[in-house]
Design a protein around this ligand. Structure first.
Ligand SMILES: Cc1cc2nc3c(=O)[nH]c(=O)nc-3n(C[C@H](O)[C@H](O)[C@H](O)COP(=O)(O)OP(=O)(O)OC[C@H]3O[C@@H](n4cnc5c(N)ncnc54)[C@H](O)[C@@H]3O)c2cc1C
Length: 460
């Protein structure tokens, strides 16, 4: 770190905590490095570049080489977090069943045990309401962001505004679905209930055993990879520099303030703001530079298959199995399962086969399809079910944007916009307190009873 004489440490427009100074709103952040070219990092680079800010986006692999590559592409606005009342009992049952949507292979891991402990604490009614309020706020803004991007960047061809469906084969499942629909209606999202006949009229690809569906009509879906690549191109067109195969090895700090990064190649890049949009890898990176972002990898799988005949035309979640089915331009994507088996990309054949088995139960023609490709990716999951979006504690100039678990594609663009607002305006357009970084640690600072304003620390 010594010898970086060209780097200034006193940046006007920033307060002692490394946050842009709300007094002056004169922000002098002149160069931001965004690490991680998943949906969150690409969105942050896009919004920063669009406002004329100098930004470099780096990734250790290619664009979308993390979990953003293979999601179901459903924009599930207003959808609830993973921790919810009653889920602990359900999770314990699932843990004992290798064929369930959630799988935790038996292993001793203290960090995971702690995570589950915190997860258990988050499964209360009060915390659920608190998280829902935040996610609904984000969801409404997420829709605005997608619509804006589509019109500003002429990208509508990749966007399907038809909503998406949750499909039920059992009356118990449908009853649960109706409760879910009521919850979303309470938050003023649009839902429509379809009986089996109406569903078959609209989507003849479903088998006769299906009893009904909930349509989330103000949501949408798309090919997530196609969208990410198109957005990255637009970020470049607005001036962002994108460097792939550029792994960040070290965060360079001087007098408690971020000043640059060192890449695997040995090259140093100077900047005054760092955005860590590094998905599941953020936990280890944050630990190295002195703060905590405890997350577990929720491994999910997809299997792309040739198009069945007939084929559904709208993305759907097969509710009882938690498997998503997304029609892509020339194939059908089956995706799902959450497996807490650590940070690895080992694929368990049985879990891939479960995707096809689920689809066979609900859809016609699956038996005649062929597998095109298979994949797994690691969702960054916090124990309290909320993303992590905010300035890092005790290290000025470092911003964190991760932890979106099952909703990262939905919330990527709005998170990118919030990142740009925090860096360029000094404050975000919506209250993001529940997602702050310093909620983790020995003192409990998350949940409905957490202090609204972070206690000041040495450097933010
Ligand atoms: C099967 C499946 C289905 C899903 N379906 C949906 C869905 O329908 N809707 C939805 O909203 N969400 C969905 N998700 C969740 C969504 O995919 C994730 O929440 C989201 O992609 C997370 O994006 P990210 O940018 O935070 O992380 P990532 O995409 O993992 O990006 C992080 C990037 O950081 C890079 N990186 C890490 N460390 C370094 C370093 N030191 N130097 C440089 N680069 C580094 C990595 O290479 C990676 O590219 C799904 C997930 C799965 C697994």
């Amino acid at each position: 770190m010594q010898g970086e004489a060209t780097i200034t440490t006193h940046l006007s427009g920033y307060n002692a905590h490394g946050r842009p100074d709300p007094e002056t709103k004169q922000v002098s952040s002149s160069h931001t490095i965004v690490v991680g070219a998943g949906i969150v990092g690409v969105s942050a680079a896009y919004y920063l570049a669009k406002r004329g800010h100098r930004v470099t986006l780096i990734d250790k692999g290619d664009l979308a080489s993390g979990v953003s590559f293979g999601s179901a592409g459903i924009i599930a606005i207003g959808h609830p977090p993973l921790p919810r009342p009653g889920l602990v009992k359900q999770v314990l049952k699932w843990m004992l069943d290798g064929g369930s949507p959630l799988y935790v292979p038996p292993r001793f891991d203290l960090a995971m045990a702690r995570w589950f402990w915190e997860f258990r604490r988050a499964c209360t009614e009060a915390h659920f309401q608190y998280s829902m309020d935040m996610l609904a706020r984000l969801g409404r803004e997420a829709k605005v962001c997608f619509e804006q991007i589509m019109s500003d960047e002429a990208m509508s061809s990749v966007y399907h505004r038809d909503g998406w469906l949750e499909i039920f084969r059992t009356e118990e499942g449908l009853a649960e679905g109706l409760r879910h629909a009521e919850l979303l209606e309470r938050y003023e999202f649009d839902v429509e209930i379809l009986d089996g006949n109406e569903l078959h009229r609209r989507q003849p690809a479903f088998k006769d055993g299906v009893v009904g569906a909930v349509m989330f009509s103000d949501s949408s879906f798309m090919d997530p990879h196609q969208f990410l690549i198109a957005l990255a191109k637009r970020a470049e067109a607005h001036g962002a520099v994108i460097r792939t195969n550029a792994e960040m090895m070290e965060v360079l700090v001087r007098e408690g303030r971020f000043v640059g990064v060192r890449l695997l190649s040995g090259q140093r890049l100077e900047a005054d703001t760092l955005v860590l949009a590094t998905g599941i890898w953020t936990t280890a990176l944050a630990r190295k530079i002195g703060f905590m972002v405890p997350m577990q990898a929720g491994k999910g799988y997809h299997r792309n298959i040739t198009l069945p005949k007939p084929c559904l035309t709208i993305a759907s979640v097969l509710a009882e199995t938690h498997v998503a089915v997304t029609p892509l331009p020339d194939m059908l994507r089956l995706s799902g399962t959450v497996e807490f088996s650590g940070i690895n990309h080992h694929m368990v054949q049985k879990r891939l086969d479960m995707l096809t088995a689920a689809a066979r139960h609900y859809l016609q023609g699956i038996g005649e399809t062929q597998t095109v490709s298979e994949w797994c990716g690691l969702r960054p999951c916090t124990a309290d079910g909320l993303p992590v979006v905010g300035w890092a504690p005790r290290l000025a100039g470092v911003f964190v944007a991760t932890g979106h678990a099952r909703l990262g594609f939905t919330l990527g663009p709005v998170t990118g916009k919030l990142v740009s607002e925090c860096i360029l305006d000094g404050e975000p357009s919506i209250d993001i307190t529940p997602m702050r970084v310093d909620r983790f640690g020995s003192r409990r600072r998350w949940g409905p009873t957490a202090p609204r304003v972070p206690a000041p620390s040495a450097a933010g």
